[in-house]
Write a protein that binds this ligand. Sequence first.
Ligand SMILES: Cc1ncc(COP(=O)(O)O)c(C=O)c1O
Length: 499
Amino acid sequence: MAANHSNAHNGALRGPELLARVATDFLGLETRYPLASGGDSRRVYLDSTAPTLMMGTAHRAMEALLGHYANTHSLLHNSAKLATQNYAWAHERVLSFVGADPDRYTAFFAGSGATAGMNRLARVFRDLRPGRDTALVSIMEHHSNDLPHRKHLGRVLHLPAEEGIGSINLEALEQLLVQERGRVNYVAVTGVSNVTGIINPIHDIARLAHAHDALVLVDGAQMVAHVPVQMSGRADPAEDIDALVFSGHKTYVPGSPGVVIALKEQLRQIDPVEVGGGMVARVLTDHYSVTSKFPDREEAGTPNIPGAIGLATSLEVLDRIGMDFLFAEEEKLLSYALEQMLAVPGVVIYGDTDIERCPRVASISFNIEAVHHSLVAAILNDYHNIAVRNECFCAHPYVIEMMPEETAEFVALSDEAVENLTSPKPGMVRASFGLYNTVDDVDRFTAALRDISANSAGYTPLYRIGGSDHEYLHTSFEAAPESLFNIPGMLDSLLANSG
Ligand SMILES: Cc1ncc(COP(=O)(O)O)c(C=O)c1O
C-alpha cells in the first residue's frame, strides 16, 4: 500500500509541482510539544544541518524493500536477487547524483555518516601517497574533516577564513600549496559550512590543488542536499574533485549510511582499508585475495541495504525536483530569513550576509547581544516550540575565529578545566533549513527572536544553569522526554498492532 501511494500521487511529476508535493510529505512536520506558556503547538524544525527529517517517499521505499528483504551477494533466491539489484541501483544513483563518471569513480557506503568516509579517505590517501604527510584543511571544517587527517595522515595545516566574511581564503591556500609543495597530500574542504552555510568554490580549490600536485577531498555533508554537485566532466578537468563524502541522514534519510565517492584508479593501487566478508575473491588459511570489483572491494561486511535504498530514493526525488531549482528556492528562503533576522534588534549574524558576494545556503548562525546562546535556544524551545542547535557545532576552530573576544577565556583554559567547567561554554545559535521549511516557519522564528530580544530580562530569572552540559534550564517547566516519547511505555500499543 505504501509503494502504491507514492506511485499513484507522484506519477511523472517534476520540478515545482513535485517539490510542492514532496515538501509536505516528511515525517515529523506535524509533531506537537507542550509550551512553557501553556497548551501546545506544532514544532518548527530548524535543525536540519544536524539531521534532516525523513522524506516520506524514501521511508515508503524502505518499507517496501523490507517486504523483500534479504542480504546481497547472492543471485539465487528471489529476495537476494532483488536486494542485490536494488543495492547496485543505489550506487549508480549516488554516482549520477554527484555527477561522477561511473567509468572512473566508484561510490561506496561506509558507517552512519560522513565521519566514517573521512576517516577512510584519510587512510586511503596516506597509503596512496606515502611521504606526503600534510593535509591542508580550512578553518571552517567540522571536526570530522579535520581530526581524521590529524590522526591518520599526521600533519594538518589550517587555512584561515577571509576576515569578516568567513569564506575560504584562496590566496592563503595558494601560498601554502607553494610553500609546502611535495609534502601536501591533499586539500580537504567543506562544500558548505555547517556553521555559516557559506558555499566554498570547490572547483577553484581543486584547480589550485591540482596545479600543485595535491588531491582534493570535499566534505559534502552540508552540500549535496542543497547545492548541485558535478564532480567530473568539467570543461577544465583540473576542476574535477578527487573524492567526496556525505551523510545520508543529512540528505533526508535518517538511518541511511555515509557515502564515499572516489576514483577507482586510486583505490585500486592500495589494499582496502577494511577487510571482512563480501570483498574477497578467495580466502585460504594462509592467504586471501581481494576482489577487483567495485564497490564490493570497499564494502566489507553486510551493508545497510534498506538505508542505502532509502537514500537512493531521496536522491532520485531530488533529481526529479531539479537541484538547480531546489537551490534557487532554498536561496530565496535563506535570503528572506537573513533579511528578517537582521531587522531584529541585537541580532548578530556570523559570516557575510550578502549572498551575492558570499553565496550561502541552509544554515545561519547568530547571537542576540547580551543573551547567552544557550538561553536563546532554550526559550526558542520552551516558549516557541522551535528546534535549533547551539554552542560550537563540532567546529570549534571556526567558531573561535568568528568570535575571538567571546571565546578568549575558553581558549585559555586547560583541557582539565574545560572538562570540569560548570558554566555554559561560549558559542552561537544555529537555525538551519531543509526543503520542507516555509516562509511561515521563518516568520514564527523571527517573531520568537523579536520576543527574546525585547523580553530577555523577563525570561532570565525563569532559568537556571544545570544539567550535564551546564546549559540554561527552565526552573519550573520541563517537557520530560519520557513523557513525550518512550518506547518501553509504547510497547504494549505497538504490540497491539502486531496481530
Ligand atoms: C560539514 C559537516 N561535515 C561532517 C559532518 C559529520 O557528519 P556525520 O556526523 O554524519 O558523520 C557534519 C555533521 O554535522 C557536518 O556538518
